[in-house]
Design a protein around this ligand. Structure first.
Ligand code: ZN
Length: 284
């Protein structure tokens, strides 16, 4: 039995399926305290059989390096109760010998979109999600990018848009991509949640401006052939087109990849990219 788990900040998804990303059955429930969340997941799996492989897509920061002594641990996070919790330990206790592959939620979603989704067939893909936070998964030369931690695209320090005097919503940096362009940043800057701002509102030019600068930095380091942007905030009408046009303008003819059309696209699997990617991890 091939199983998968997407551990999100507010919701958790468990599933059984195939390593090509095919979902057979899934169950969604709220993420609460760690022990309770994992008990629910383990009971759901156990009712369906004994998993031989589990792919996990987890929120970060998380230690995903399998060579590290604290592999599977949630690293210090403002999210109450989760700092230091081991994602892998309880699953290994419940299912001894199970083969676990652990990734970030955004890297898993990137994998699904790059293999069977909105960027199918491409080996250089970035998946960005914009909601309460901003994160990105990066597939570079067909491999998911890690480094000493994993990409923390949301905390990329950005220039400030002319005329924008918003202090920034990130408690660590103020002005970083997440601080300037996440859902809470939009709501704090304009006094209205993004979902209630009409498509012609200036908020969306500001949003596209920060996103385009973030993508420009990616182009300089791990150039994507296509950028997939998902998450609640990304559902604003016309945001992908607006961002794509601005990225091309800022690229100033220097980065050939941006001439790919379409370049900035919505995901194929809005709610399911993470869990499908988690299933696919079991085949890597
Ligand atoms: Zn930050």
């Amino acid at each position: 039995m091939i199983a998968a788990m997407e551990l999100g900040g507010t919701k958790t998804v468990v599933a059984i399926g195939e390593s090509d990303g095919t979902l057979i059955e899934e169950y969604r429930f709220p993420t609460t305290k760690p022990e309770e969340t994992f008990q629910t997941a383990i009971e759901w799996f156990a009712k369906r059989g004994v998993p031989t492989k589990i792919g996990i897509a987890a929120f970060g920061p998380v230690q995903i390096n399998p060579k590290a002594a604290n592999w599977g641990d949630i690293l210090p996070t403002p999210k109450p109760h989760w700092s230091g919790f081991s994602i892998t330990k309880s699953l290994l206790e419940a299912f001894p010998g199970v083969e676990i592959t652990l990734e970030t939620d955004v890297n898993a979603a990137c994998l699904a979109e790059a293999r069977i989704g909105a960027a199918a067939g491409l080996d250089n893909v970035v998946y960005i999600t914009i909601g309460t936070g901003i994160g990105a998964g990066v597939l570079c030369d067909g491999r998911l990018l890690h480094g000493a931690l994993h990409p923390e695209f949301g905390h990329l320090i950005t220039p400030r848009k002319d005329g924008d005097d918003f202090a920034g919503a990130c408690s660590f940096h103020g002005i970083c991509l997440e601080g300037m362009a996440s859902g809470p940043a939009i709501e704090q800057r304009w006094g209205i949640p993004g979902g209630q701002l009409p498509p012609e509102h200036a908020a969306w030019d500001t949003e596209a401006w920060y996103l385009a600068h973030g993508i420009l930095s990616l182009l300089a380091i791990a150039p994507p052939e296509r950028v997939v942007i998902g998450g609640g905030v990304s559902q604003a009408e016309g945001l992908h087109e607006k961002t794509e046009a601005l990225v091309r303008k800022l690229a100033a003819g220097y980065f050939p990849a941006v001439e790919n059309s379409p370049y900035v696209v919505p995901p194929k699997f809005e709610q399911e990219a993470g869990i499908r990617g988690a299933l696919m991890l079991t085949g890597m």
